[in-house]
Design a protein around this ligand. Sequence first.
Ligand code: OAD
Length: 229
Amino acid sequence: MKRLVVLTGAGMSAESGIKTFRDMGGVWEQYDVMEVASPEGWARHPEVVLEFYNQRRKQLFECLPNKGHYLLAELENYFDVQIITQNVDDLHERAGSTKVLHLHGELKKARSTADPTLVYDLDHWELKLGDKCEKGSQLRPHIVWFGEPVPAINDAEKKVRKADIFIVIGTSLTVYPAAGLLMDVLPGTPVFLIDPGELNIPGGLNVTHIKKKASEGIEELKSILINEN
Ligand code: OAD
C-alpha cells in the first residue's frame, strides 16, 4: 500500500464549527496568544489560561467530525494513512482515523506541572485550579505552548521522509517546526495542498494546490488518488 502522510491544521476542523487562528475573526484576533498560550501567561495568571482552554474544550465536546475527517478515515481502505495534526481536537480519531500524531498536544488531556510523563484523559470540560496529579501538583492543559519544545517533531519528520504522497490541509504554514515538515519530503514526492487561501509555498516542490475547503478538496483528491492507485 502507498503511504500517505497528511499534515492538518485548523482549517481541517473549520467546517466542524471550530474557529481557525489567523483567518478574519480567528482565535488570535480575540485573544493575545502570549497571555493564554505561553509558559509566561501560565505563570502570570493560570486561571485565565485554564478558562481559555476550558471554553475550547467545552466547545469540542459539542462538535462533530466533518465530511473531510470521514473522507480521510475512508482513505485507509486504499492507502496506509498517517495523519500528523497541529490540531488539539480529537475529530480525526472520532471519524475513525487510526494513526494520528498530535504535534501540539490534545485538548481532552491534562498533564502534571511537576512530571510531564503524567498525562490524564479528561472526560469533562473543566480543568480548575486545585486539580492535581497523583503527586500533588497542579494539572495544566496538555498543550504545546509558544516557546515550548514540540516533542513529537522528530517522529513526524521521520514519517514525512517515508511518504509516497504528502498532503497538507488547512494550515497557514506559519508555525514552526510544523511548517518545516514540508521541506522533509523526499525530492519528487507529490505534494497536494488543500486550502481555500493563498499560501507561501517554498520552491522546488512538486505541489498541486486544490484551492477549496477541506471537505470538497478531499473529495476531489480522493478521486484523483484512487484513479491513479
Ligand atoms: P491558521 O489559523 O494559522 O491557518 C488556518 C488555515 O486554514 C488558513 O490557511 C486558511 O486559509 C485555512 N482554512 C480556513 N477555512 C478552511 C476550510 N474550511 N478548509 C480548509 N482550509 C481552511 O491555523 P494553523 O495553521 O493550524 O498552535 O495554525 C498553526 C498553529 O498556530 C496552531 O496549531 C496553534 C496556532 O497558534 C498552538 O496553539 C500551539
